[in-house]
Write a protein that binds this ligand. Structure first.
Ligand SMILES: [Zn+2]
Length: 201
């Protein structure tokens, strides 16, 4: 079993300040979160930088991701290290993701710019049910959406600055391997949790 923060921005996102080195050092130092999905806004450059810096460390895993600002709301693409072609409609991003065996995740559906109830009209794989910077009520509504749609729920800090990192995590019944993790998430072998109180950097 591994624990992962599945939503994190580096300074390759225009609105975030986290240096890729900080991600690697804190993940290596973290007592139990050992995997991270780098989900920068509309770019995979931050993912490649973090992956490169993490390569000397055997105890941590960097999962490719993108937070795509699709028409209608944000979508997290997990497990794919290339940008979908524009225009980013919800359908085209989901199709692109599935063709590459990635997971299409509804990002914070009930916090702008989330998709809201409209997410129910598409073939998503996963719902982000615990987002570290969403209000509890918005997370609760996302959890209900996952239940209604019968889809697995994941957690991610959505950190944009260093002190927002690792506040929540997804526990996945898998080893530290991207393929295994993606498959286990898809099967619903996941739990989400808050982590803030147990971490001191
Ligand atoms: Zn985000």
């Amino acid at each position: 079993m591994i624990r992962a923060d599945l939503h994190l921005h580096t300074n390759y996102s225009p609105d975030a300040s986290i240096h890729p080195k900080t991600v690697v050092h804190q993940l290596h130092a973290h007592p139990f979160i050992k995997a991270v999905a780098i989900t920068d806004h509309n770019t995979v450059k931050g993912f490649y930088k973090v992956k490169e810096l993490a390569s000397p460390y055997q105890d941590i895993l960097v999962i490719p991701g993108i937070e795509v600002g699709a028409i209608g709301g944000d979508i997290i693409v997990l497990g794919v290290a290339e940008l979908p072609p524009r225009p980013w409609t919800v359908e085209s991003v989901i199709d692109f993701t599935k063709e590459r065996d990635g997971l299409a995740v509804v990002a914070h559906p009930y916090r702008a710019p989330g998709l809201g109830d409209s997410a129910k009209n598409y073939g998503f794989d996963v719902i982000e049910v615990l987002n570290g910077i969403s209000a509890p009520q918005a997370n609760k509504m996302a959890e209900n959406m996952a239940k209604t749609m019968g889809l697995p729920g994941v957690a991610g800090s959505d950190a944009h600055c260093a002190d927002e990192m690792w506040t929540v995590y997804t526990e996945v019944q898998a080893s530290l391997d991207i393929d295994e993790i993606l498959k286990a998430i898809k099967k619903g072998l996941v739990k989400v949790a808050y982590a803030r109180k147990s971490i001191h950097f």
